[in-house]
Write a protein that binds this ligand. Structure first.
Ligand code: DX5
Ligand code: ZN
Length: 217
């Protein structure tokens, strides 16, 4: 992932805004349009007020694409569910700092590294950067939430820009941003130092998906 950090940001269409009755078709559509990876949102109805999918769907997504699967766990007790998501074919797994102790982060990091899966930590808009600082040395990337997690199609929260800027000063690896990303907010987060852009409604709602993806780079 790091090879792209300098110039070209990576675009991760979020399947939350895809048509789940025609998932393979929508996946092919973003794949052909130049997506770098697929962002897959896992919600448990406890950590966030919505429920989506589990490992069984990730396993079938894995079968229809070669793109890396960037699986965002918005769930309580993420450590308990890493194995099934790895077995389902996740290439990147993100857990939330709000529900993970440093001890758990360390254990998850060594488990995923031994399996060749990238490990990321995410923080909600209201969570201060200080909360993830001790975890940074155990992760491959940070996913900065720019909306309150739970639903697609929400408005970008501009106060996260300073958080991204601060993070970029102390963290040299990948910084992903998720929530309310479009061509304008995408430019702002790139300028702030982010290099992976997850976007759902902007990409899947676009008339021209290829143009939408290109406008994020
Ligand atoms: C929100 C999810 C996001 C969501 C983003 O809780 O984590 O990945 O799909 O959707 P948009 O891009 O529509 O804000
Ligand atoms: Zn997400």
């Amino acid at each position: 992932m790091n090879k792209n950090t300098k110039n070209r940001p990576l675009v991760a269409p979020s399947l939350l805004s895809a048509d789940f009755s025609a998932l393979a078709k929508d996946i092919k559509k973003v794949e052909r349009a130049g997506a770098d990876m697929l962002h897959v949102d896992i919600m448990d109805g406890h950590f966030v007020p919505n429920i989506t999918i589990g490992p069984v769907v990730v396993k079938y997504v894995r079968k229809v694409t070669k793109l890396p699967l960037d699986v965002h766990l918005m769930i309580m007790n993420p450590g308990k569910y890493l194995d099934p998501f790895v077995a389902a074919g996740s290439d990147m797994l993100t857990v939330h700092i709000e529900v993970s102790s440093l001890k758990e982060i360390k254990a998850m990091s060594s488990k995923l590294r031994s399996k060749g899966v990238k490990f990321g930590v995410s923080l909600n808009p209201a969570t201060p950067l200080s909360k993830i600082k001790p975890a940074l040395k155990f992760v491959d990337f940070v996913l900065v939430m720019s909306v309150n997690p739970g639903f697609g199609g929400q408005a970008f929260i501009p106060s996260v820009l300073s958080k991204i800027r601060e993070l970029r000063k102390i963290f040299k690896k990948d910084i992903a941003v998720d929530g309310g990303i479009n061509s304008e907010t995408g430019k702002l987060v790139r300028e702030a130092g982010a290099n992976i852009l997850a976007a759902g409604s902007y990409i899947f709602g676009a008339k021209n998906v290829k143009k939408a993806i290109e406008s994020l780079r």
